[in-house]
Design a protein around this ligand. Structure first.
Ligand code: HBI
Ligand code: FE
Length: 291
């Protein structure tokens, strides 16, 4: 069993890099209908909530063609725009496999789609979370560079035993990041933009903290995998995110080795505070309590 809980090699039918054929013709009408339901729900909600690079990417990739997109079709445009391509995987893949794909501009997307009774939440990334949530941002050249740099950083973090710090950077940016714009806060994180309820909660709810992004602060902050985030970090621009990641993390990891985690609900004295949250949602028990 490796550190991330995987036993041995790829599942039967998967290649050594854990990729599989998407088999787009194998999707049923019901599966395409789940995509369309989710797609129509999110695209009705996201104008004014998702950032411009996301909305532009959604259009550029023409993801509304009646169902689960054919990765080969998406890749013709995506490769032309930023050199990224989507590859199909059965689900979560080991960290080292994941980082190797990102470092080579391959985004591993779940091949399966959630069932109709899982519309609002599922733990494992399916094709809607990955392709609707993550892929449109990969059409932006700066974010495309960030994701490659993240992959390379992940490989190094693994070798230094600092994966848990780098996973927090991914979580609070790629998955749950917010961006400041002249029109107000906008979403760029895939975990938010692919979720109807969190697309509203992350921007509108008084419960979570919304704090200025600062690399070491983020790396010291645990995150929720089972419910809405209790804190969101706000970047001024995608360029800032890229510039931060191109720094040498060695000295940062050295400082993190003796720095305690920051409690998830805390607001620190030197935090730049956009919203000082009430934590009312989390304190009421969150989703499980039907808050
Ligand atoms: N595998 N398919 C897939 N998708 C992910 O987002 C993913 C993964 N494996 C590992 C992983 N993410 C995390 O370790 C990173 O987010 C740090
Ligand atoms: Fe994701």
């Amino acid at each position: 069993m490796s550190a991330d809980g995987f036993i041995g090699g790829p599942p039967p039918g998967a290649r050594p890099d854990w990729t599989i054929d998407q088999d787009w013709n194998g999707y049923s009408a019901d599966e395409h209908r789940v995509w369309m339901t989710l797609y129509e729900r999110q695209t009705a909600l996201l104008p004014g909530r998702a950032c411009d690079p996301f909305l532009k990417g959604l259009d550029a990739l023409d993801l509304h063609r009646g169902g689960i997109p054919d990765f080969e079709r998406i890749n013709e445009e995506l490769v032309r725009l930023t050199g990224w391509r989507v590859v199909a995987v059965p689900g979560l893949v080991p960290d080292d496999v994941f980082f190797d794909h990102l470092a080579n501009r391959r985004f591993p997307a779940g091949q399966f789609i959630r069932r109709p009774d899982q519309l609002d939440y599922l733990q494992e990334p399916d094709v809607f979370h990955d392709v609707f949530g993550h892929v449109p941002m990969l059409t932006d050249p700066v974010f495309a560079d960030y994701m490659e740099a993240y992959g390379k950083g992940g490989q190094r973090a693994l070798s230094l035993g600092r994966l848990h710090n780098l996973a927090r950077l991914y979580w609070y940016t790629v998955e749950f990041g917010l961006m400041d714009t002249p029109e107000g806060l906008r979403i760029y994180g895939a975990g938010i933009v692919s979720s109807k309820t969190e697309s509203i909660f992350a921007l509108d709810d008084p419960s979570p903290n919304r704090l200025g992004f600062e690399l070491e602060r983020v790396m010291r902050t645990p995150y929720r995998i089972d419910d809405f985030q209790q804190v969101y970090f706000v970047i001024p621009s995608l360029q800032t995110l890229l510039d931060v990641t191109l720094r040498d993390f060695g000295p940062i990891y050295d400082r993190l080795a003796t720095a305690a985690d920051i409690p998830i609900e805390a607001v620190e004295a030197d935090d730049r505070v956009a919203t000082r949250g009430t934590q009312a949602y989390a304190n009421a028990g969150g989703r499980l309590a039907g808050a």
